[in-house]
Design a protein around this ligand. Sequence first.
Ligand code: GDP
Ligand code: IMO
Ligand code: MG
Length: 428
Amino acid sequence: MPAIVVVGAQWGDEGKGKAADLLGGEMDYVVRYQGGNNAGHTVVTPDGEKFAIHLTPVGVLTPGCTPVIGNGVVVDPKFLISEIDGLAARGVDVSKLMVSADAHLVMPHHRALDRVVERYLGSSRIGTTGRGIGPAYGDKVGRTGIRLQDLLDPKILEKKLQLVLREKNQVLVKVYNRKAIDADAVVDEYLEYGRRLEPYIVDTCLELNNALNRGAKVLLEGAQATMLDVDHGTYPFVTSSNPTTGGACMGSGIAPTRIDSVIGIIKAYTTRVGSGPFPTELFDEYGEHLLKNGGEYGVTTGRQRRCGWFDAVIGRYSVRVNGITDLFLTKADVLSKLDRVPICVGYDIDGEPCDEMPMTQTGLHHAIPRYEYLDGWSQDISGCRTFDDLPKNARKYVERLEELCGAQVSVVGVGPGREQNIVRKELV
Ligand code: GDP
Ligand code: IMO
Ligand code: MG
């Protein structure tokens, strides 16, 4: 059985958590492959219980499924322990969790630098989640990172931390006027985390490939999304990892040849948290409609999400960059009761039409959306379970998005609940 990827197609918060949870029931393993506790994935179980999960793959909620934190994730161990304890306290069995020995750790200096650098950037700030994600990936690429496996070797941990803090403390104290971090205290703190996490630390790459060889089903669950990808997103207003499909291979150790399908999670409109260009952003009562009816408040930071119409340029781009085989369109129910529903079909940039993602960031900043207006529908669609149950105009909206994005919409989400979907084609 090959591996399946779930990837965010816009700027995050598309409903990846719900989609991964839905598919998790069919899976033997669910693997997070990048990001850290900057993510916030909401799952509403059939008995109405709501979970907000940040670092652990949502497969943890599915009995029998093995949740895996892959090598591409950056792990804040204190946060992970609190998430494990929080889930266990709610009756979730966390005993099968596996964490890659190669995953990098978020250290106290990463969190300190994330916050202070943002403050110094002033109006140019990225609007990060302040979880230390960018600095942790920076050290990984800069070869000064510390990994989960280092927690198992006190001498190595101490040596690596002393070395890296020699530079980071200079930066914190002399550049940013902050307090130096005491290496000994951090070593003691992190060795304690190591003792707690040791039972979960595994060679996950070997485990997953052996599982695939045995015929197991593996779901690779992305955090963030395509437009936040450090290579393919709206750089520099991105996160510091690769949420796109390529990142799923790197962040899990599963080769591209083993991936069979890529499910793009795409919202029926667009949202974004943090700074950066957003051509279809709304500042009027329609934006308010999406914010209020969609409950668009961040799961991690509680920030109000910026809201706008569906952008088919981004949809097409995401299908291309990720090799999306199926789209899972979420939150179609939020568009009910609008007189008409605009879709951005292309941009005008400095007087020139442009139907694909502009080559330059300046181009995207100058992009003015060109809209096609579809008639809305007044009915509440949250109870619809087949495509034919949907009002005609809602069906037309879905079909037009398919056409514009160049991929089939296999599932339409009509509510946050696990069962609130219209499945047009089985995904597994
Ligand atoms: P993620 O980060 O991609 O997992 O998404 P979030 O959990 O941050 O945000 C998506 C929100 O939309 C959550 O509150 C979900 O419960 C909710 N949601 C997901 N699918 C649907 C849907 O089809 N309709 C509605 N109304 N809400 C949905
Ligand atoms: P999920 O997985 C939406 C955004 C932040 C900021 C930028 C960089 O729930 O979809 P970072 O802390 O990663 O360095 O911040 O990325 N961001 C997200 N936006 N959903 C997320 O995750 C996000 N994770 C990071 O708001 O603009
Ligand atoms: Mg989210």
